[in-house]
Design a protein around this ligand. Structure first.
Ligand code: COA
Length: 374
C-alpha cells in the first residue's frame, strides 16, 4: 500500500560570522597588491600576468549577493591565508558537520513535534563530507540517539532534493516511517578565495527536513505529491578533491585544483534551459500548469540566473512571493539554497496551495519536489 508522505518540519543552522562584500573585496585586493608587488619584474617583462582587483559593484550586479555566513572569518579574510581556520578534532569529539547538523535537526524536529526516537532513518546529503568514513550520518545518528539507518550521499548542489526524493520513496513504499534529511554545507572549505571569478559565491549553512508518513504527523506541513530527478554529465562545475589527492599532489601550486572551479558563463547558458525543461516536464507529468504553483523555491545560485529561469517559466519577472530570493544575506549555500528559501518563506501559504522546491548544480543535476500545503 502506498503511504501519504509529508514534510512536517524544517530547521536552519546559520554560522556565527557574516562577511560583507566590502570585507571580502578588501582582503582580496590586498592579496592582489602583494602578489603584483612580489612579481613586479615578471609582470613588467610579460612572464606573468598582473592580477586584477575584485569589485563590490561587480559582485552585487553579477550575483545579487551582499553577504555570506561562514564557520571561520579570520582565516578567510587574512590576505596571507585566505582559507578558514578549522581546528582538527580528536576522533572521539563530534565533528563540525555533526555539530551543525544536530542544531538544524533539533529545530526541524521541534517544528514537527517529534523526538529523535521517533525517527527511523537519517540521510546526510551535501556537496562535501568532512571525511570519507565512518559516515557522517552514523555519527549524527549516534549523537542524537536515532534508530534505524543512516547514510551519506552527494549530488553537489542538488544533494538536498535528491535526498528528499530518496526519503519520499522509502516512506511512500512503507519501508520507513520518519526520515531526517540534513545538509551541513561548509562551502568555505572548497572555495579558492584567491580566485576573482568565484571568491564571492558561497556561504556556509545547514538545513534539516523531517519527512514522515502522514498518519503519524503531529503538525500539518506539506504533502509531497511527486519528485523528479535529472542528471547530465558536464565538466563546467568541478572539484577534483578526492582520496587519491595524497598520491597525486606534487606541490602547493596544485591546490586550486582541489577547490571549486567553474565556467560560469557556460553554466548559466546550459543550465537555465535544462531547469526550465525539467520543471515544465515535471508539472506536465502531474497535469499542472505553471501558474497552478503558488511558490517556487529555487536553488539560490545567482540572482540573474534565478530570475531568468522564472521568467521563462512564468512569462513575466517573478515577484518575491512567487520565487523568493535569499542570496542577498546567505549567498549560494550549495545544496541548502532551495531549502533555506522554503524554510524562511512558506508560512503564509494556505491549505491546498501548491509549491515546487527545485535545485540545480554540478553534475549537471536537477531535482524537484512538488508539495501541497495541508
Ligand atoms: N570583480 C570585478 N570584475 C570581475 C570579477 C570580480 N570579482 N569577476 C569577473 N570580473 C569581470 C571579468 O573579468 C569580465 O571582465 P571583461 O568583461 O572585461 O572580460 C566581466 O567581469 C564579466 O565576467 P564574467 O565571468 O563573464 O561574469 P558573469 O556576468 O558571467 O558573472 C557569474 C559571473 C559566475 C556570477 C555568472 O557567470 C554565474 O552566475 N554563472 C552561473 C554560476 C552558477 O550558478 N554556478 C553553480 C554553482 S553551484
Amino acid at each position: 500500500m502506498i503511504a501519504e508522505v509529508v514534510i512536517t518540519g524544517t530547521g536552519l543552522y546559520v554560522p556565527p560570522y557574516g562577511i560583507s562584500n566590502d570585507e571580502l573585496v578588501q582582503s582580496f585586493n590586498t592579496y592582489v597588491d602583494t602578489y603584483n608587488n612580489e612579481h613586479k619584474l615578471a609582470i613588467s617583462n610579460g612572464e606573468k600576468a598582473a592580477l586584477e582587483y575584485s569589485s563590490v559593484n561587480f559582485i552585487e550586479k553579477a550575483s545579487g549577493i551582499l553577504n555570506r555566513y561562514v564557520v571561520d572569518k579570520k582565516g578567510i579574510l587574512d590576505p596571507k591565508r585566505m582559507r578558514p581556520y578549522i581546528q582538527a578534532r580528536c576522533d572521539d569529539e563530534p565533528s563540525l558537520q555533526c555539530e551543525m547538523a544536530c542544531q538544524a535537526i533539533h529545530q526541524a524536529l521541534d517544528y514537527a513535534q517529534k523526538t529523535p526516537q521517533e525517527v527511523d532513518g537519517i540521510i546526510v546529503s551535501c556537496v562535501n563530507m568532512q571525511r570519507a568514513y565512518p559516515g557522517m550520518a552514523m555519527e549524527i545518528q549516534n549523537v542524537l540517539g536515532i534508530q534505524g539507518f543512516g547514510y551519506d550521499m552527494n549530488v553537489a548542489c542538488s544533494s538536498t532534493t535528491f535526498a528528499l526524493a530518496n526519503a519520499y520513496a522509502a516512506i511512500v513504499a512503507n519501508q520507513n516511517k520518519c526520515i531526517v534529511v540534513v545538509n551541513p554545507e561548509i562551502t568555505s572549505g572548497h572555495v579558492n578565495f584567491r580566485d576573482r571569478d568565484s571568491h564571492f559565491i558561497f556561504g556556509d549553512i545547514c538545513t534539516a527536513t523531517v519527512i514522515e508518513n502522514a498518519q503519524l504527523a503531529k503538525s500539518s506541513g506539506f504533502e509531497i505529491l511527486s519528485s523528479k530527478l535529472t542528471t547530465r554529465f558536464s565538466n563546467n562545475i568541478r572539484n577534483n578533491s578526492g582520496f587519491l589527492n595524497h598520491a597525486e599532489i606534487e606541490d602547493e601550486k596544485s591546490i586550486p585544483r582541489f577547490c571549486f572551479t567553474q565556467n560560469g558563463r557556460k553554466v548559466f547558458k546550459e543550465v537555465v534551459p535544462m531547469v526550465e525543461e525539467h520543471i515544465l516536464m515535471h508539472l506536465q507529468s502531474l497535469g499542472l500548469k505553471c501558474d497552478d504553483i503558488s511558490r517556487y523555491w529555487l536553488h539560490q545560485a545567482n540572482i540573474n540566473m534565478n530570475e531568468l529561469i522564472m521568467k521563462k517559466i512564468l512569462g513575466h519577472n517573478p515577484t518575491p512571493q512567487e520565487a523568493p530570493i535569499i542570496l542577498q544575506e546567505y549567498a549560494n549555500t550549495a545544496s541548502c539554497g532551495s531549502l533555506v528559501a522554503f524554510h524562511l518563506h512558506h508560512q503564509d501559504l494556505k491549505p491546498g496551495n501548491l509549491g515546487l522546491i527545485c535545485s540545480f548544480g554540478a553534475g549537471y543535476s536537477i531535482g524537484s519536489i512538488v508539495i501541497k500545503k495541508r
